[in-house]
Write a protein that binds this ligand. Structure first.
Ligand code: TUI
Length: 319
């Protein structure tokens, strides 16, 4: 069911990726997603190479299925993390927050599938020229570091611009979003926010409570003036950030306010002064579910929905 080129490429049953979320998606979540037929992804974030190695080794203890590592290109350890993923022979590397061009060849030579996250058609085309295996096109509905184009507008434009498979990210959390993405031409989806609110995710309980409470308009984009736009749930940190940005605070001052804030929220549970990254779809989420429930509901739900819509719109006679 819903077998696409992404399934072949990554050796997975269902074309569903778990977005690598720094300080949120640890090896428990990664292994659970891969075990359930999707692709779990370790978030290297700002972790040291030793910390990333620990996450990879722990994941390998819990699953024999393929999994990935997301390398955050703004990390000070990016070079060493790239060497490490090659050493550890991980199946898939996704990248975020930049252009991974200079690493593509060595990763590919090591037999690793390279799938960068992009937020524009221009970078998607450039990545295809550089020889990546697929693209994750991420709309601005996503949580965390984002681009400027919505998923609805970005996916069909990227799909038309490249021949490699495209995975849609941003604003997807259930069967409806999954099918919509496939109808836009994507061959898979990546979800972060939905998997953060899963039983297997070890993020702080305050973070999960904040997600359950959040409504459609409760996220905001901070950091537009620093060149690092980041979508988070509105809280004291967001309001302070907004105030400082309006007053024309320096980039250094703003970055200081943001530094360490993600860990403060995700690990220590400070969801007022910490950075609770979440996509706009957070308002849809009502409860914690197991990873298997999330994936099965998407796949079997999409199957039912497809049948229902076909009979509703095409009837007996078809087109
Ligand atoms: O990377 C993400 N989302 C992230 S990374 C992150 S870690 C962080 N922690 C604290 C403060 C700031 C960040 C949190 N969330 N998503 C993938 C993504 N990549 N979204 C957008 C992009 C992107 C943007 C520009 C990819 C490439 C790009 O290209 C720039 C260029 O050189 O053309």
């Amino acid at each position: 069911m819903f077998h696409t080129r992404i399934c072949e490429l990554c050796g997975i049953k269902y074309p569903i990726f778990q977005g690598g979320m720094a300080w949120v998606s640890d090896y428990h979540l990664v292994a659970a997603v891969s075990e359930a037929g999707g692709l779990g992804i370790v978030a290297a974030g700002h972790l040291t190479p030793d910390e990333v190695r620990f996450q990879i080794r722990k994941t390998k203890e819990l699953t024999n299925k393929p999994f990935g590592v997301n390398v955050m290109l703004m990390s000070p350890y990016v070079e060493d993390v790239m060497s490490l993923v090659i050493e550890e022979k991980v199946a898939v590397v996704t990248t975020g927050a930049g252009n991974p061009g200079k690493y593509v060849k060595s990763l590919k030579d090591a037999g690793i599938r390279v799938i960068p996250v992009v937020a524009s058609v221009a970078l998607a085309k450039r990545m295809e020229r550089e020889g990546v295996d697929a693209i994750i096109a991420e709309g601005m509905e996503s949580g965390g570091h984002i681009g400027e184009v919505t998923t609805m507008a970005l996916i069909p434009q990227v799909v038309d611009a490249v021949n490699i498979p495209v995975i849609a990210a941003g604003g997807i959390a259930d069967a409806r979003g999954f099918l919509a993405a496939l109808f836009l031409g994507a061959e898979g989806v990546q979800m972060g926010t939905r998997f953060a609110l899963s039983k297997e995710c070890r993020v702080h309980p305050n973070w999960k409570a904040m997600y359950i409470k959040a409504k459609d308009r409760d996220t905001v984009v901070t950091g537009k003036s620093t060149g690092h736009p980041v979508r988070i749930i509105k809280n004291k940190l967001a309001r302070k950030f907004e105030q400082l940005e309006k007053q024309g605070a320096s980039i250094e001052e703003l970055e200081r306010l943001g530094s360490g804030a993600l860990k403060a929220a995700a690990v220590d549970g400070d969801v007022e002064w910490g950075s609770v990254m979440a996509g706009q779809i957070v308002g849809l989420l009502k409860e914690e579910k197991s990873v298997k429930e999330i994936i099965d509901e998407i796949i079997f739900g999409a199957c039912e929905l497809l049948k229902e819509k076909c009979s509703q719109f095409l009837g007996e006679g078809g087109c």
